[in-house]
Design a protein around this ligand. Structure first.
Ligand SMILES: Nc1ncnc2c1ncn2[C@@H]1O[C@H](COP(=O)(O)OP(=O)(O)OP(=O)(O)O)[C@@H](O)[C@H]1O
Length: 590
């Protein structure tokens, strides 16, 4: 085992004189406490180590021992429903209220394991070793570690085992025997292998109308949520974690304030999944690395989170990873890089900020797993640009790698218009691909309605600028109508409170019903104006209020009420149009 002697300590960065061969990225144990670290540079007889724990009290002269392996995390069935720090160690103290006791110790917790392998079988990495059934009936697959290959020489029978108990013995072609348990470890910085990437065909259904209908993200896609202070990044990520249709949620609180994380920790165990009604924590893994935890661990936490997400993907599941916030992660990178004495690049960040962001987002994908199943990791990262300036390095580099960009807007947030996503600054590069998916949901008009809504919102912004100069009433009637319709899209469709009992999650069917109804309103309003009705008459229709309130009034299970509302809108427009035609006839009797 390689050893080194600690020479210099600068916060989480150590320099040590080596007495044995170390490798780059090797995990090390430092000092008498065995603090966990990683070799980040090698130079003749000196190594530089980044330590993931508090280095207070450490002294020069202490010993550093190499693990001989890269920094790795344990992956097993005990992850689901629990909360960990950035290096995947269960959080202790108050936070352990819902941590399955002894996860790390593993021996204490026994799980019902049903094997799927029998002696004589030739197996390869990624195959299903067996299944674990939790007390609540939830099934999880245990996988053969990706690099394992050989013949099963012994398989333990169905029964109760701890995560680290041997349940299968495999002999490789070279004759070496390997013990397999329900848990295996994997180096966090190495993407887990897959058979191939698949083209994304379906969106991740988020339950947020502005995202699903206007700026969708693919299942296996990557999205960013940039937004200045207090614009709603955390609330939006939490809403996605609660309402999206992923099988597993990995929620990473990276460098956020402790009280914000406390909200998640307190709330998630009490909530149920809107679709299945099951407890939300059953499908969630929380990784919390708040601003008061060691800075270097924050840097590692993003890799731990994506590795956990890939582990569930490899079981053939669809996983959504929410990272709040990637800016705090980049700040950790900057701080540690400064201590290494590296030359700072743009904004003081290291020159490799962009490649690190790329490495992270590239791990999002829809894939065929090693065992032939289909799974995905969708990544959504919040960004906190200082002063809300989207040209700063983290936002601008992230923009190059994500396909959905949901820009939060301080003006909308100040007006308490939530989610405060600015539709003019946001985009979704994969949107058109989802037309067939929406057709399958019974919304054949989705693409044209989406285009119509986006055009209205764009025109609204231009017209409002003009109206500020000349006054709204001085605009031509058609343009006044555009403003009315855009306002309806905003108020009735895009506004969605994350705290509303009825509206916090909108199903695709309800979103479709609302889109169609607004589209019908726009058609009828145009017909009414063509027949001579004034914009004022349209605004004063009784149904206007019902339309503006429909998101709050009509729930996901009450789709028939949209049909009734549409009939009411048609009746009211028919009345104005008939009246206009009658007026026309009486003023032109010949
Ligand atoms: N979708 C939403 N629905 C209802 N209210 C919201 C929504 N989004 C944000 N808010 C309101 O805005 C407040 C601030 O939101 P949040 O804490 O998510 O902002 P943030 O961008 O994460 O802040 P910070 O920059 O401090 O991390 C919330 O406490 C809530 O009152």
């Amino acid at each position: 085992m390689s050893r080194a002697t600690l020479r210099r300590i600068s916060g989480p960065v150590l320099r040590a004189t080596v007495a044995g061969p170390f490798t780059l990225r090797e995990a090390v144990r430092v000092g008498p406490q065995g603090l966990l670290g990683e070799v980040v540079s090698l130079d003749h007889d000196e190594i530089m180590v980044q330590v993931y724990e508090d280095t207070t009290g450490l002294r020069p002269g202490s010993e550093i021992q190499g693990d001989g392996l890269p920094l790795s995390i344990p992956l097993g069935p005990g992850l689901l429903g629990n909360i960990f720090d950035g290096l995947l160690r269960p959080l202790s103290g108050q936070d352990t209220a819902f941590v399955r006791p002894g996860f790390q110790g593993a021996a204490a917790v026994r799980l019902d394991f049903a094997p799927q392998l029998v002696p004589g079988m030739q197996i390869q990495g990624g195959e299903v070793l067996g299944e674990v059934r939790a007390a609540n009936g939830q099934m999880q697959r245990c996988l053969v570690p990706p690099e394992t290959r050989g013949e099963v020489i012994k398989a333990w029978p169905q029964g109760s085992y701890s995560e680290t108990d041997c349940v299968c013995l495999v002999q490789s072609a070279h004759g070496a025997a390997q013990e397999l348990s329900m848990r295996h470890s994997w180096p966090v910085r190495v993407p887990r292998p897959i058979r191939r990437r698949l083209p994304a065909l379906a969106p991740l259904v988020t339950g947020q109308r502005i995202l699903d209908a206007l700026f969708p993200i693919a299942q296996g896609g990557k999205g960013a949520i940039p937004g200045g202070f207090g614009t709603g990044k955390t609330v939006l990520l939490e809403a996605l974690a609660k309402g999206c249709n992923a099988d597993v949620i990995v929620y990473l609180g990276c460098g956020e304030r402790g009280n914000e994380m406390a909200g998640v920790l307190d709330e998630f165990p009490r909530l149920t999944q809107p679709r299945s009604g099951r407890p939300l924590m059953e499908r969630t893994v929380i990784i919390a690395n708040t601003s008061n935890m060691p800075v270097a661990a924050r840097e590692a936490s993003i890799y731990s989170a994506i590795t956990v997400a890939e582990y569930f993907r490899d079981q053939g599941l669809h996983v959504a990873l929410m990272a709040d916030s990637t800016s705090r992660w980049a700040e950790a990178l900057r701080e540690v890089s400064g201590r290494f004495g590296e030359l700072p690049g743009e904004g003081g960040y290291p020159a490799y900020l962009s490649s690190r962001l790329a490495e992270f987002y590239e791990r999002a994908a829809l894939v065929e797993t090693l065992n032939g199943a289909t799974g995905s990791v969708t990544v959504m990262g919040a960004i906190s640009p200082p002063s809300g300036d989207f040209s700063e390095p983290v936002t601008s580099h992230t923009k190059r790698y994500v396909r959905s960009f949901w820009a939060l807007d301080a003006k909308r947030a100040h007006a308490r218009f939530y989610p405060a996503i600015n539709p003019l600054q946001s985009y979704a590069e994969d949107a058109r691909q989802f037309e067939p998916w929406w057709q399958q949901q019974g919304n054949a008009q989705w693409l044209s309605l989406r285009r119509q809504f986006l055009t209205l919102l764009e025109e609204q912004s231009k017209l409002e600028r003009m109206a500020r100069i000349i006054g709204k009433d001085a605009l031509p009637i058609r343009q006044q109508l555009t403003l009315i319709c855009a306002e309806l899209v905003n108020e009735a469709f895009l506004r969605q409170s994350a705290f509303s009992e009825v509206d916090r999650v909108a199903t695709p069917a309800r979103q479709s019903a609302m889109m169609r109804l607004i589209g019908r309103f726009i058609d009828l309003a145009e017909q009414a104006v063509a027949a001579g009705a004034s914009p004022d008459q349209i605004v004063r229709l009784d149904c206007m209020r019902a339309l503006q309130r429909m998101a709050e009034d009509i729930g996901n299970d009450e789709l028939q009420r949209f049909v009734e509302l549409e009939a009411r809108v048609e009746r009211e427009f028919a009345t104005i149009i008939r009246k206009k035609e009658a007026d026309h006839v009486s003023s032109n009797p010949g």
